[in-house]
Structure formats: structure tokens, C-alpha cells
Ligand binder design. Structure first.
Ligand SMILES: O=C(O)CCC(=O)C(=O)O
Ligand SMILES: [Fe+2]
Length: 341
């Protein structure tokens, strides 16, 4: 952590839509952010309190889930992955040999499926405080299917409003993102923002190209009955985990912190083992109702579909960041709002 990032002070908190559900929040060690909205728990918190807050609000923070040593290891591993030290990455040329760590980290916004090439990233799936939160929220039987490593160097864009079930669809709305902060995440460096309670209608809102350079190439959800004023920043210390429901509207803004700083986060996605995962096209003659993506890892309890076996399908791949425009992301002719007429 550089001195510059340590000194960032956060704007005052505004009133939050988050519903206070009461209950024991545990014993707190983290000191950042100094003033927390509701929903920040520690690993010794009561599972019933964790579950109640999550059901009402669609997110929660588990502070101090990863130790400083674990976070340091994950940051080293991030640089190694970006150097190509854990194998090839589809979708981008690797930085040149001899590049500095900063050059290497600036080369990427986000690497998908890092757990496929990194034992350290894979080990995060079994982090005990994470498993406690997962089983408090999803139920006893939990499987994992996807990881993303966000690097987000200073100057890089955020992600526009979206719901993760737009991309990874479960049959029982059990998708859950586990967003592990590897750097202190602040409003300045592009922390996550959520609209508390926005998971409750259970609607997947329309998505459109946003034309907004603050965001990467993925589409933006529109037409929902909330405004940006309803959103709250989820500022966290490195080592904290933000858990959020697959229908929760969330976004992040660009990293506007000084050059040479990062807002790294490793995100793992989980769901209940009871649901099939229709996450690939049906094979020829395969009914849609049978589709079940089996490149999964069971992290808690039992998998009633274990008889189907597992498969090794996903490969690490780099997400387009919009640096050179988003044309290659879509066949549509994508214009930005500030493009000259
Ligand atoms: O970290 C971010 O900027 C966005 C993350 C996100 O949308 C996700 O993990 O689902
Ligand atoms: Fe997301």
C-alpha cells in the first residue's frame, strides 16, 4: 500500500437504504472505513445475523476474512499471473519480457478464471470465514463455478450497473459473488457500489450499451425503479470480503487514485448445489432443461448431481477494457456519448 492511498479520506456517508436487521456483528478488528453503514460483520458473527442482513439487503461485508499475509501472497500471485508466469492467457498479448511490475499490472483490467492456473487463487474458495458466510446465506450445499481477478490500475474504468445473474444464471436465484479486497477499496480508487435491497424484486432488468467512458465494455442495466442516489459505496479494508446476491444491482467507478496504485479484487462466484447451472448452449438434441455446467467445485456439503461427474472446461481469459474502444466486444457499431457527431 502506498502512502498516497493510505491518506485517502472518504466523503461523509449519506443515509443508506440498507435495512438494519439487528443481531450480533462480532468483534471488529478492521479500522477502515471508520464509519460503516450496516452490514459489516466479523468472522465470529452469529450466522443467523449474517443470513438476516443478507436476505433483507442482498449484500454484506465480512471483515478480516483474509490475513495480511494471505493478501500479500494473492497480490504477488496477481503479478505473476499477469506476467504469464502461470501460463497463457487468452484474449491478449502478454507484456514484454523485462516489463516492470507496474507495466505488467497496467496491461490488464480483469483476468477471468484465474483459479484454473493458480493454486493460491483456488485456495481462497475454502477460506473459513467465507465458507461461514456462504453457508449462512446460501444453505449447507454450495458449489463454485467462476472467478475473476480485477486489477484496475489508476485510470482504468469501472463496471456499469448490472446484475450477475445476467451472465451466470441459476435456477433458484442463488448466485452469490464473493469479492475479496486485495487493496483497500475506496470511493476514490473505484470500490464496489450496491443498491441495498435491489435483489428483492427478482427481475433481470433490460441491459443496453452505455456509451460512457467511465465503464468497461459490458452493458448497463436500465429501467429499474432506483436512482444513483439509492446506491451506497462499499468501502473495505484489504482482506475483507463483500458478498452480494446475483440479482443485486451493483457497479464500480473508475480508479481515480494516483498513478501506480491499484484496486485489486478477486471475485469468486458460488451458488446452491441444488440448482442446475444452465451456463452453456445445449449440445445437439440436448433439452434445455438438462443443461448443467459441470466445471464446478463443491466447497460445502453435498452435491445431489454428483452422479453427473465434473468437467474441466474454462480457460483463463482476459476481459476487454475498452482501451481501444469496445468494437471488438460486440458486432454492433458502439459509439460513446462524447464521440464527435
Ligand atoms: O470489481 C468491480 O469493479 C466489479 C465487480 C463485479 O461486478 C463483480 O464482481 O461481479
Ligand atoms: Fe458483477
Amino acid at each position: 500500500m502506498t502512502a498516497a492511498l493510505q491518506e485517502i479520506s472518504s466523503p461523509p456517508l449519506k443515509p443508506s437504504r440498507a435495512v438494519e436487521t439487528g443481531g450480533f456483528a462480532g468483534t471488529r478488528k478492521s479500522t477502515f472505513p471508520a464509519k460503516r453503514p450496516p452490514g459489516y460483520f466479523s468472522p465470529d458473527a452469529d450466522p443467523a445475523a449474517i443470513g438476516a442482513f443478507f436476505r433483507a439487503n442482498g449484500y454484506l461485508v465480512m471483515e478480516d476474512a483474509f490475513s495480511p499475509a494471505e493478501v500479500a501472497e494473492l497480490k504477488q500471485e496477481t503479478t505473476l499471473i499477469c506476467r504469464g508466469g502461470r501460463g497463457a492467457l487468452e484474449g491478449v498479448d502478454l507484456p514484454p519480457a523485462g516489463a516492470t511490475d507496474d507495466q505488467v499490472l497496467n496491461h490488464f483490467l480483469c483476468v477471468h478464471f484465474p483459479h484454473k492456473i493458480s493454486a493460491a487463487m483456488r485456495a481462497t474458495l475454502f477460506n473459513p470465514p467465507t465458507l461461514k458466510a456462504l453457508t449462512s446465506v446460501i444453505g449447507p450445499n454450495v458449489k463454485f463455478m467462476q472467478s475473476m481477478l480485477f486489477i484496475k490500475a489508476s485510470g482504468k474504468p469501472g463496471q456499469a450497473w448490472h446484475q450477475d445473474e445476467d451472465y451466470i444464471m441459476t435456477r433458484d436465484r442463488s448466485l452469490l459473488g464473493s469479492w475479496i479486497g486485495l487493496d483497500r477499496a475506496t470511493q476514490e480508487n473505484g470500490c464496489l457500489w450496491v443498491i441495498p435491497g435491489s435483489h428483492r424484486p427478482g427481475i433481470l432488468w433490460e441491459q443496453r450499451w452505455h456509451g460512457d467512458r467511465r465503464f468497461d465494455c459490458a452493458e448497463e442495466s436500465v429501467g429499474f425503479p432506483y436512482t444513483d442516489e439509492d446506491a451506497i459505496p462499499v468501502e473495505v479494508e484489504a482482506g475483507s470480503v463483500v458478498f452480494f446476491q446475483g440479482y443485486l444491482l451493483h457497479r464500480s467507478l473508475p480508479n481515480r487514485a494516483p498513478a501506480g496504485t491499484y484496486r485489486r479484487a478477486l471475485v469468486n462466484h458460488y451458488m446452491s448445489c441444488e440448482s442446475l447451472l444452465p451456463w452453456h448452449k445445449p449440445a445437439e438434441n440436448e433439452p434445455m432443461a438438462k443443461v448443467d455446467y459441470r466445471d464446478i467445485i463443491v466447497v460445502a456439503g453435498v452435491d445431489p448431481y454428483a452422479y453427473r461427474g465434473t468437467k474441466d472446461i474454462a480457460r483463463p481469459v482476459v476481459r476487454p477494457a475498452g482501451d481501444g474502444g469496445c468494437a471488438s466486444w460486440s458486432s454492433k457499431n458502439l459509439q460513446y456519448k462524447d464521440d464527435p457527431e
